[in-house]
Design a protein around this ligand. Structure first.
Ligand SMILES: NC(=O)c1ccc[n+]([C@@H]2O[C@H](COP(=O)([O-])OP(=O)(O)OC[C@H]3O[C@@H](n4cnc5c(N)ncnc54)[C@H](OP(=O)(O)O)[C@@H]3O)[C@@H](O)[C@H]2O)c1
Length: 303
């Protein structure tokens, strides 16, 4: 039976990987995250706390569990927070990754790691896997440094870059889609950039692509994102449409009006041809992803 270690199981992507992988009886899954407790019922899922920045903890947990693969969904992901908390951001997104590399090497585990479109400057999107990165935010710089540490490590790896991930999440964390839904439901106006264009990605679609990479034993870099290039404003309007919310509350603004502390790459999006050809995976459009999110939220409300 293959042993799978998930890091960052309390996060948006980590929760989805935990749900999808733990229900497979052919895998033994150990979930880990920074927080002492797990968002899911610990009777149903194996969970232990792991701070990936603590080298000796990572080493001893990985030595004792002996995973075949490590899915790393742990990261400092708040782009603006990273801009002003540089040492902490580096510690998680670079040192944490280096700790996982070292521990993985000792037990011969494969690392499947997640990165971002923010490694690009956004001048020439959509991007292919081999386009040269040029991050403009500190978050992007840390994520690129994490990628580079893996690329030169010599361990078997896959890096999955993705974009504006949305989906249901247990706990207080929000993502762009949930933020839009919550604000519009409570009748509040929101301002969304018309000049930040990218390809929002449904979390279930991303997790499925990562599981394909694992099952097909693929290595190297993969770009995984939604099928459409949309501005934040257009995405918010699409969300309002699917959730029957008042789109007149969405104001179309320029990024410069938002005073966001970290610079954003203006136009990203990915070419997903490599993933489509090698994984037999097809990117989902935003209407389909949002419809699935709506169903999930309805089910969650009933339970
Ligand atoms: N969300 C997006 O729009 C987006 C876009 C592009 C790329 N990505 C990448 O996708 C990956 C997953 O993102 P996400 O949206 O799922 O993030 P998320 O919801 O913010 O979750 C990140 C998780 O990392 C955990 N974590 C933070 N510091 C840790 C540490 N020192 N040790 C162990 N765990 C730690 C947190 O643990 P606790 O909750 O237990 O504290 C949290 O559960 C990240 O690599 C991110 O850079 C995300």
């Amino acid at each position: 039976m293959k042993r799978i270690l998930i890091c960052g199981s309390n996060g948006l992507l980590g929760q989805r990987l935990a749900l999808l992988l733990s229900r497979e009886t052919k895998f033994e899954v150990l979930n880990t995250s920074h927080h002492r407790s797990f968002v899911f019922d610990s009777q149903l899922f194996d969970y232990t706390q792991l701070d990936i920045t603590r080298k000796s903890d990572a080493k001893s947990l990985i030595s004792s569990f002996q995973p075949d693969v490590i899915f790393n969904a742990a990261a400092a992901t708040n782009v603006d927070w990273c801009e002003s908390h540089r040492d902490e951001a580096w510690k998680v997104n670079v040192v944490g990754v280096e700790n996982l590399i070292e521990a993985a090497r000792k037990v011969g585990a494969r690392l499947i790691h997640v990165s971002t479109d923010y490694v690009f400057d956004g001048k020439h999107g959509p991007y292919k896997e081999d386009d040269p990165p040029n991050p403009i935010s500190y978050y992007g710089k840390t994520k690129l440094a994490g990628e580079n540490a893996i690329r030169i490590s010599g361990i078997p790896y896959a890096i999955v870059r993705t974009i504006v991930v949305y989906g249901n999440i247990i706990g207080k964390r929000e993502n762009f889609a949930l933020w839009v839904i919550n604000k519009l439901r409570s009748g509040q106006a929101i301002r969304c950039a018309e000049d930040q264009i990218s390809s929002p990605t449904y979390v279930g679609d991303l997790a499925c692509a990562m599981i394909r990479i694992f099952e097909l034993e693929r290595t190297g870099m993969y770009h995984i994102c939604g099928a459409e290039q949309l501005s934040r404003y257009e995405f918010a309007v699409r969300i309002a449409g699917i959730f029957n919310l008042d789109s007149s509350l969405i104001q179309q603004v320029k990024t410069s009006e938002l005073n966001q502390p970290a610079p954003r790459p203006p136009v990203t999006g990915f070419s997903t041809t490599k993933a489509e050809e090698e994984l037999g995976w097809k990117p989902m459009d935003a209407t389909r992803g949002l419809t699935l999110l709506k169903e999930e939220l309805q089910t969650a409300r009933k339970n």
